[in-house]
Write a protein that binds this ligand. Structure first.
Ligand code: PLP
Length: 389
């Protein structure tokens, strides 16, 4: 069986999510219909909304179900921009965000003339709160990823939200890599404010937490001003029109609740596996360098710079040994791009092409770690030799 170290790309379906999906998918009604079957579907949908709200610490009415992280982020970022206050200008965008955010902002820049203020990352990959706060005055909106999906560093969400509230700037948080793994608390991070600013939107994705691909949600504060991407039947406060996917919502809610129930124990288990991998790696390949924050990081993420070896060669060699890993960065026509996140840590392009991301999750085991450690030194030696030829 493949040793799977790519849980940040997508993680296996949870049995709870499968069961919830199977139960809901045979309910025939459209949740917007007034007849009995429609109302049965509506009850399932609203139960799912309540369950998600309880886990993410928000009101059920603030949960907008979407098709996943990319849609949630596009709705939040473009919707906040389109609904911005007169006189506000520009988007605050930390370096090293996910492409869903970067490319949505880039589209707003080229198509809509939005100004963009970049915020350089700290060497650890964290978003520096002072630099972020300094970029905020007068901005139309700000966005921030709370757990970096490549290097795993966790930024200070409450501090970033407080900075946005202090400057009365609407903030979107990308919590796709964080939800189900760290404690995501929308209302707590948002604080007491009732205005349409501070933390107003937060994106999560189903397939990163063991729900089916094509599920997810964006939490949108009831006080936020946000324009929809999809117009139509006016479902979900008019923020996302279209007949709602009841089974998808039920599965997403079940996965999120299951992840939340076991979150602390699972974080401790994954931290143990991470130590096993890091200790083994250090002993076998002393030149390997761990990137990201050593402590404030996602428990199952190990991100490594392998000097002199191309990340994609290593990935290929490990794949031949039935070990699935990732370079973390985007792929264009089958060729891995240098990681923009590693560049944002201040590293050169060579380093940004010489990294691998190992991400562990619910099904990861010590045996898988040992299998990876058994083949990694040989793969590294071959990748370095291939690079020097
Ligand atoms: N944001 C982050 C941090 C991610 O890791 C991802 C997916 O890798 C996304 C957004 C996009 O989510 P989805 O794959 O659900 O569209």
């Amino acid at each position: 069986m493949t040793a799977y170290f790519d849980h940040a790309a997508t993680t296996p379906l949870r049995p709870e999510a499968r069961a919830a999906w199977l139960e809901a998918v045979d309910v025939v009604g459209n949740a917007s219909s007034v007849h009995g079957p429609g109302q049965r579907a509506r009850r399932l949908l609203e139960q799912a909304r309540e369950e998600v709200a309880a886990t993410l610490d928000c009101d059920p009415v603030e949960v907008v179900f979407t098709s996943g992280g990319t849609e949630s982020i596009n709705l939040a970022v473009k919707g906040l921009w389109w609904a911005r206050r007169a006189g506000s200008d520009g988007i605050v965008l930390p370096d090293g965000e996910h492409h869903a955010t970067m490319d949505a902002v880039e589209w707003l820049r080229t198509a809509e003339g939005a100004g963009v203020t970049a915020v350089p990352l700290a060497e650890t990959g964290a978003i520096p709160v002072h630099a972020f706060a300094a970029a905020l005055p007068g901005a139309a909106l700000a966005t921030a990823m709370i757990a970096n999906n490549e290097v795993g560093t966790v930024s200070d969400a409450p501090a970033l939200a407080a900075a946005a509230a202090a400057e009365a700037v609407p903030l979107h948080i990308d919590a796709v890599g964080a939800a189900g793994t760290i404690d995501v608390r929308f209302a707590t991070w948002r604080g007491a404010g009732r205005a349409a600013a501070g933390l107003v939107a937060l994106s999560v994705s189903g397939h990163k937490i063991g729900a089916p691909v094509g599920t997810g949600a964006v939490v949108v504060s009831r006080h936020a001003a946000l324009s929809p991407l999809l117009h139509g039947g006016g479902q979900q406060r008019g923020l996302r029109s279209g007949t709602q996917d009841v089974a998808g919502a039920a599965a997403f809610a079940a996965a999120l609740s299951a992840a939340e129930r076991g979150r602390e124990a699972e974080a401790a288990r994954l931290t143990g596996l991470r130590r096993r991998l890091v200790d083994g790696l250090r002993a076998a390949i002393p030149q390997a360098e761990l990137l990201g924050d050593p402590d404030r990081r996602l428990p199952g993420n190990v991100h490594v710079h392998f000097p002199g070896a191309a990340g994609e060669t290593l990935l290929f060699l490990l794949d031949q040994a039935d070990v699935a890993v990732s370079t973390g960065s985007a792929c264009q026509a089958g060729v891995a791009e240098p990681s923009h996140v590693v560049r944002a840590l201040g590293r050169d392009e060579r380093a940004a092409r010489s990294v691998l991301r190992f991400t562990m999750g619910r099904t990861s085991t010590a045996d898988e770690v040992d299998r990876l450690l058994a083949v990694l030194p040989g793969a590294y030696a071959r990748a370095v030799a291939a690079g020097s030829r």
